[in-house]
Design a protein around this ligand. Structure first.
Ligand code: GPQ
Length: 832
């Protein structure tokens, strides 16, 4: 080998400052095509990312090869969303070379933070469900588990949110505009995916009835791979995202007709499949394109999984011992019918054998009980788009209902609830029922949510299959959400208890005894203050608002949803504003209310509440009579990157959903881990957070899920009576309804008032208002005692060890997947 080439090879792997610097210069010139004088920040970002990628590739191949050699059982996490965020700091930090990189850039006269800030935020998800998938990828790789993510490489991620006159306006998010240095295109990894057409029956070679799907349209799924760097850099897993490509023979008939342009139009249309992420969080829009996206990535993933399996095996009997497929909600649930089709139609397995294999391979996670989010596709559409799958679903259903009847489930009402087809109105395929029936395990995402699943949506299935439902309380990765996002606190923690917590978060429990240590408390406060300064600067840049670093940073960041009750928070804000104006001589604890979160573009009520918050902010922030004691900020375009700045700076975490409606929440975990005190209802994982941090270190208020259930069962309540009996609530609502915050359009907020009164206040905002204000007052009172506040904040951080996604993923690995860590054999050199 040419000596110069050889030395470059070693350079590519070197991890010291000099080696990094040399390889940055090399990449800048030979791959980005710029010299150091002409390079922009973005050029430097691409340069550094490519150089970092070099240091990942050998280990990545070693990992993949080790899985292959061991014929390890793999887990495949199928998800329509992966809310990844930026990767540069994450990769450097997991590789353990962040300081070396910083120094190398320093020597080139560059700031690491500026370079990292030039990376676009990969927003291939809406909210919690997508971010959970990203945390799981980090945890699987960090624990050496052979885990693959499969999803869609959307060209446009979640829209960019801007405010125009306080209203949300959506802009396209073009994260791929300047290329994506992390991904590897795999033009040779290509699978056909079919739509439409019809089914032909025929006799197979042994005279059995068989089916063929013919005259279908074809699209190709092309793979793009992104390495997933585990902590320590030992295991590098793969996230494989599919992009739609037209087939070369696409509608060849048109060419014969001379209709060339028509064929090209068709090609463009078929590639729309991976164009854009649907921006709805926990609501189902029922669009055909969405259904096609779901089938597109699921079919490609299953074909890929079977191809990999068949490299080692000749029969499918062992598939469940070599592959676990986790369905992230029902979005990929059509995979159950697809695997049946692949096994029965393409690989000629008998139905019963195929069904046993399918059920043993799939598991399903449910993420919501909200009826508007439970996918149910019109039979007529499924029949048209996937005619063979519709037959298979009918067959699964018939066999299941017959067996249930034979086993004595005589009750027709129950049978019709168990059916995969909802026969009421236009007939629909219930994807939740399909996912349940086609899986060996079904899990909820918090203890409360799992209990409610058993009592509500899956009550009948739970009776039939009492061992199938299990709980896996969500978690978050401590690498991104503490180590990276909060260097100030991370360094303090490591200085006291070492760095074991990064890969074993339970060790953070050792901080509990430090809560009584005066010096530690002072340093903990200093770290928080540093983060608050960073956030204050970010707020000033984003909105122009000036906020006091010494005020309480009261944070509600999440998707905008009526059940999450941002409205309750803004009503309290108005009430507090009134109190401050009424009592100007009281020495108020200054409060900064910080909101961020996107609304689905078609969710009018959510968008109106955003406008209300912005309108309230405009009045409150400029009213001299509150003496800057109250500020309201709505940060635009909440995403993973913004979360990394906001969360470490929070004093209060608002987790105030109507009890029974938030499946788990994960922002609640991130905020508590970063030392915020929670004001929350007993909903989702808040219940378990209270158990871990202790009831004295959290502010719980409001109705419980049982109380909500009883209230609704008894026909609801009269919100007008509640409003009339609470002067502070009445006054806040009167101000909103008479246009105090919207002098330009006094009727603007009538829909909100309407929902809270005649509408019956479905989310119980008025019902919980008084107790919420009590919890807020208690928090403000405690904040005056800075030592006591800090003590509780430390106990929050120290008690969150159990909420690591490492714990969650381990539970899945042991209790659902039966997959085990594999230690990769590294053939490369130069890695320390
Ligand atoms: N969740 Cl069904 C989403 O973010 N999107 C969805 O489409 C559905 C659920 C959330 C859920 O609302 C949160 O409570 C969970 O913490 C999160 O999934 C992860 O399980």
């Amino acid at each position: 080998m040419d000596a110069r080439y050889k030395s470059r090879e070693i350079e590519r792997r070197s991890l010291d400052v000099d080696g990094l610097k040399r390889s940055f210069l090399e990449w800048l010139v030979y791959s980005v095509g710029k010299d150091a004088r002409a390079a922009t920040r973005r050029d430097w970002f691409h340069t550094v990312a490519l150089a970092v990628r070099d240091r990942v590739v050998d280990r990545w191949m070693d990992t993949t090869r080790s899985y292959y050699h061991e014929d390890a059982k793999r887990v495949y996490y199928l998800s329509l969303e992966f809310l990844i965020g930026r990767l540069l700091t994450n990769s450097l930090s997991n590789l353990g070379i962040i300081n070396e990189c910083r120094q190398a850039l320093d020597r080139l006269g560059l700031s690491m933070d500026d370079v990292a800030d030039s990376e676009p935020d990969a927003a291939l998800g809406n909210g919690g469900l997508g971010r959970l998938a990203a945390c799981f990828l980090d945890s699987m790789a960090s624990q050496g588990l052979p885990g693959y993510g499969y999803g869609i490489r959307y060209e446009f991620g979640l829209f960019e949110q801007r405010f125009e006159h306080g209203w949300q306006v959506e802009y396209p998010e073009q994260w791929l505009q300047f290329g994506n240095p992390w991904e590897f295109a795999r033009p040779e990894v290509l699978y056909p995916v079919q739509f439409y057409g019809r089914v032909e029956e025929f006799r197979d070679s042994v005279g059995e009835r068989a089916y063929r799907w013919v005259d279908a349209d074809r699209v190709l799924a092309m793979a793009y791979d992104t390495p997933v760097v585990g902590y320590g850099g030992d295991t590098i897993n793969t996230l494989r995202l599919w992009s739609a490509r037209a087939t070369r023979d696409f509608n060849f008939g048109h060419f014969n007709d001379g209709a060339y342009m028509k064929a090209v139009e068709q090609k463009i249309l078929s590639e729309n499949l991976s164009r854009v992420l649907y921006p709805n969080d926990a609501t189902e829009t029922g669009k055909e394109l969405r259904f096609k996206q779901e089938y597109f990535f699921t079919s490609a993933s299953l074909q890929d999984i079977l191809r990999r399996y068949l490299q080692h095996h000749t029969s499918f009997d062992n598939l469940p011992n070599k592959a676990a497929i986790q369905l992230n909600d029902t979005h990929p649930a059509i995979g159950i019918a697809e695997l049946m089709r692949l096994l029965v139609d393409q690989h000629a397995l008998r139905w019963d054998a195929a069904w046993e294999i399918t059920r043993a391979t799939f598991a399903y996670t449910n993420h919501t009980l909200l009826p508007e989010a439970l996918e149910a596709w019109p039979v007529r559409m499924v029949e048209r788009v996937l005619p063979r799958h519709m037959q298979i679903i009918y067959e699964i259903n018939a066999k299941f209902l017959n067996r249930s009847k034979a086993r004595g489930t005589g009750d027709n009402a129950k049978l019709s609830r168990l059916s995969l087809i909802d026969e009421r109105g236009d007939r629909r395929v219930r994807m939740g029922n399909l996912a349940f029936l086609g899986s060996h395990k079904v899990n909820g995402v918090s203890a409360l949510h799992t209990d409610l699943m058993k009592q509500t949506v899956f009550a009948d299935f739970h009776e039939e299959f009492p061992d199938r439902i299990n709980n896996k309380t969500n978690g978050i990765t401590p690498r991104r959400w503490l180590k990276q996002a909060n260097p100030a606190l991370s360094e303090l923690i490591t200085s006291r208890i070492g760095e074991g917590w990064i890969s074993d978060l339970e060790q953070i429990g050792a901080l509990k005894e430090k809560a009584d240590d005066l010096v530690f408390r002072e340093e903990f406060r200093r770290a928080k203050r540093k983060n608050k300064k960073r956030l204050a600067a970010y707020i000033a840049r984003q909105t122009g608002d000036e906020v006091q670093v010494d005020s309480i940073f009261d944070v509600q960041v999440k998707r905008m949803h009526e059940y999450k009750r941002q409205l309750l928070n803004v009503l309290h804000t108005v009430a507090l504003y009134n109190e401050m104006r009424d009592n100007p001589t009281v020495s108020w604890v200054p409060v900064t209310k910080i909101f961020a979160g996107k609304a689905a573009p078609s969710y009018h009520m959510a968008k109106l509440i955003i406008k209300l918050i912005n309108d309230v902010a405009k009045v409150v922030n400029h009213d001299p009579s509150v003496h800057d004691n109250l500020k309201v900020v709505y940060l635009p375009n909440y995403n993973v990157t913004a979360a990394e700045i906001i969360i470490p700076a929070a004093d209060i975490s608002e987790q105030i959903s109507t009890a029974g409606m938030e499946a788990s929440g994960t922002g609640n975990m991130k905020l508590a881990l970063n030392g915020a005190l929670t004001i929350g209802t007993l909903d989702g994982a808040n219940v378990e957070i209270r158990e871990h941090v202790g009831p004295d270190n959290i502010f719980i208020f409001g109705m419980t899920a049982d109380e909500v259930n009883d209230l609704r069962a008894s026909g609801g309540f009269n919100p007008r009576e509640v409003i009339a009996s609470n002067p502070s609530l009445k006054r806040a609502l009167d101000m909103i309804s008479t246009g105090v915050f919207s002098p330009d359009d006094r009727n603007r907020y009538h829909p909100i008032l309407q929902a809270l009164t005649d509408g019956g206040d479905h989310f119980l905002v008025t019902a919980d208002f008084a107790d919420y204000c009590r919890a807020q007052d208690a928090a403000m009172e405690l904040y005056r005692d800075s030592e006591e506040w800090t003590r509780k904040a430390i106990l929050n951080t120290a008690s969150m060890g159990w909420f690591s996604s490492d714990r969650t993923v381990n539970e899945y690995a042991k209790e659902i997947w039966d997959v085990h860590p594999v230690k990769p054999v590294h053939e490369g050199e130069g890695f320390r």
